[in-house]
Design a protein around this ligand. Sequence first.
Ligand code: ADP
Ligand code: MG
Length: 352
Amino acid sequence: MAENAFITCENLVKIYKVANLELVALQGLDLIVERGEMLGIIGPSGSGKSTLMNILGGLDRPSAGRVLVDGRDLRKIPDAALDGYRRTTVGFIWQQSSRNLVPYLTAEENVTLPMTFAGASPRVKGQRARELLDAVELSHRRRHRLAQMSGGEQQRVAIAVALANMPKLLLGDEPTGEMDTTTALAIYQLLRDLNQRYNLTTCIVSHDPTIARHVDRVVAIRDGKTATETIRQSVAAAPAEDGAESAVPQEDIYHELVVLDTAGRLQVPKDYLEQFGIRGRAQLEITEDGILIRPAQVVQEAQAAATERGETEAAATRISLRKRLQTVGSTLGRLTRREGSAAGAREGHDGN
Ligand code: ADP
Ligand code: MG
């Protein structure tokens, strides 16, 4: 395992108990995030994205497995230490920006509030609030109340609030979920700027697969496990036909790779399985280029053929056995007859 990673999740399990039911929200999730990395997290609704964010944010504890953030074991640290972690190490941005904001305060007052709770001096508070509002491009709106701002502006204030106590980790749970494409794009660009400016490890959950363009890496979560990773590769674009220099010298290629867990398990995309009617069991076959997964039907057909062959063989065996028995029978018959006739001959009359 990568001991230097900023976040390490190993075989992370979260079970919610509702009435008498147990709901497994994370089922052995593995994830490594490097310090300063910007990670996108995508996945269908209910796949466990928010559960993972809440655990990484210290809002909830896992049921089993290991979660290390910046050297802290979030499953084992005492409650008081977890509170401290939540206040100083993590910044959280929610889908509803209002969750981090007080509507009747100004932008600046909202950014100052978490610093007041953390006991910062007025000078530090003023300086840092100005710097953050400048970073989210809202200096001109700092004396405006939240109610006077657009959704995109409110989310920018929420980002500044999340960064107020200089966290090392920024978590966003669908922070652009309620935005139009243009506003969302601006927020992604801002998050990228902040990630680079403050070397801020950043994890952003999104329903939008195009987030791959704005982050270093995207992991897809399916059924409580990391299923695939999309990695960006920058390659030199092909030169233009006329030999002129290309305006875009770099071209990004995205590779979506399946994640193997420590036990060698992987998730095969559902549509692939459906396409080949693979269910329940499959057949693995080594080929020259890799490992081929075939529907078990092929195996079943082979088995059926073998069984049929077996039955034919058994039937043939039965026939030959019967023939042999008949042979034996007729031999015995002959013997009996012969014995009988011999006896009859001895006793002076025919046994038949
Ligand atoms: P996502 O954010 O990917 O939509 P969640 O992490 O919110 O998924 O949920 C994962 C699963 O856990 C879902 O089946 C959800 O219903 C369940 N779940 C989440 N939070 C709770 C909770 N507090 N109590 C019970 N079940 C929960
Ligand atoms: Mg969610």
